[in-house]
Design a protein around this ligand. Structure first.
Ligand SMILES: NC(=O)c1ccc[n+]([C@@H]2O[C@H](COP(=O)([O-])OP(=O)(O)OC[C@H]3O[C@@H](n4cnc5c(N)ncnc54)[C@H](O)[C@@H]3O)[C@@H](O)[C@H]2O)c1
Length: 367
């Protein structure tokens, strides 16, 4: 078992990375005096697939324990689900002395974290990410939230968990497309970190897909450490943390335009391609560099596809992104691996060109 520290000044916590370590959930909790009244929010599919294991874990807890099963869809990342959680809590007389436990992917983690941040003016929570994407990204850093009126994550808070427990055993039941989504966020770190991590990711894509244990552990640890350094520097995303949004301005707009038929991690891969084309159009990357950087994404065109899209709708959706200020869309772009620019503005024609070329890599007609 490995541990990564997230040394935030006021809310420092640990991420435990291992295999078969979910059985120690309540040991970790008791070491931090978190064994209060426990309420778990569990992804419906995870509960179905890992019921016996989870019930064994829960049976070890001697205090008050209840749970709710939540449907893991973007349309359920909503006020309705939040209300269901609060109803479950109140029906069972939970008050401020509550520990919420999120067991699921990014959707469950984001909703539960938000619920924890506002229930009884804030209760403690822990994250047990069961998707690769949630393990390498969403479970760490304290961004919580729900979608509202077709706008992703627009209602939310910054609220850090007390610890994160990553048990790779959960990944064994992930459908292939969810593994690809996790790799999407790993690919993002490849562009943000350095040449050596970029090469490591590029050379090991097949091993990630096969869920090779040691390679996966290495990439999870590296991704979390990278994110931890950024979050510690800029917890509330006033500046540096914006780099973690590479590809996301495009990705969120594409997800909404595709009515969530395309998954977040897949949209991130396409969004990064669009960002690289925009970097090229704005002369930040020359053609040769563009080709070199796109080489990491090309293989995904066999795994992800968009058949029809409306470029103007995607462009319009970008203005709803909460990261914008005023009526201007701001992008995270690259000059090279690890050389990142934030808050870059672009003309509509340049953005549309980038949407066409970025998405173009993932259409069936691409050869
Ligand atoms: N808070 C953040 O910093 C942050 C960062 C990135 C993404 N996000 C959010 O995370 C969400 C995406 O998260 P995600 O990709 O984990 O998706 P998800 O939570 O939708 O889970 C994807 C699918 O995998 C299933 N699943 C989960 N664990 C499984 C397992 N072990 N075995 C089999 N199936 C399993 C779920 O039931 C679901 O169908 C988006 O809503 C995105 O906005 C948040």
């Amino acid at each position: 078992m490995r541990t990564v520290e997230i040394p935030l000044k006021e809310n420092a916590y640990k991420v435990f990375v291992g295999s078969e370590n979910v059985s120690q959930l309540f040991d970790y909790a008791s070491k931090q005096n978190l064994n209060k009244n426990v309420f778990a929010v569990i992804d419906k599919n995870v509960f179905k697939l890992h019921k016996t294991k989870l019930q064994n874990v829960f049976s070890k807890f001697k205090g008050k324990f209840n749970f709710i099963i939540v449907e893991p869809s973007e349309s359920d990342k909503s006020f309705v689900t939040l209300q269901n959680i609060f109803t479950g809590l109140l029906k069972n007389n939970y008050t401020r002395d509550t520990l919420l436990i999120a067991i699921g992917g990014g959707i469950i983690g984001d909703i539960t974290g938000f619920a924890a941040s506002i229930f009884a003016r804030g209760v403690q929570y822990v994250q047990i990410p069961t998707t690769l994407l949630a393990a390498v990204d969403s479970s760490v850093g304290g961004k919580t939230g729900i979608n509202f009126n077709d706008t992703k994550n627009i209602i939310g808070s910054f609220y850090q968990p007390k610890f994160v427990l990553i048990d790779s055993v959960f990944f064994n039941t992930l459908p292939e497309e969810e593994i690809i989504c996790g790799i999407g966020e790993i690919v993002k770190y490849a562009y943000l970190t350095d040449d050596s991590f970029f090469s490591f990711v590029k050379n090991n894509l097949a091993k990630f897909r096969e869920l090779d244990k040691s390679i996966l552990e290495r990439v999870i640890l590296s991704s979390i450490k990278f994110k931890a350094n950024v979050v510690v520097e800029d917890e509330k995303e006033t500046n540096l943390r914006k780099i973690l949004n590479l590809g996301h301005t495009f990705a969120h707009a594409i997800e909404v335009e595709q009515k969530h038929k395309i998954k977040h991690g897949e949209a991130v891969i396409i969004g990064i391609a669009c960002s690289l084309f925009l970097s090229n159009t704005l002369s930040l990357l020359n053609d040769e560099k563009l080709a070199e950087l796109l080489s990491l994404l090309i293989d995904f065109n066999r795994l992800i596809s968009i058949d029809e899209y409306n470029k103007n709708s995607i462009y319009k959706n970008m203005f709803r992104d909460k990261k914008n200020s005023g009526n201007v869309v701001k992008f995270v772009l690259l000059k090279d691996i690890g050389k990142i620019l934030i808050d870059v503005e672009a003309e509509k024609e340049q953005v549309i060109y980038s949407i066409e070329n970025g998405i173009g890599l993932f259409t069936k007609t691409y050869v």
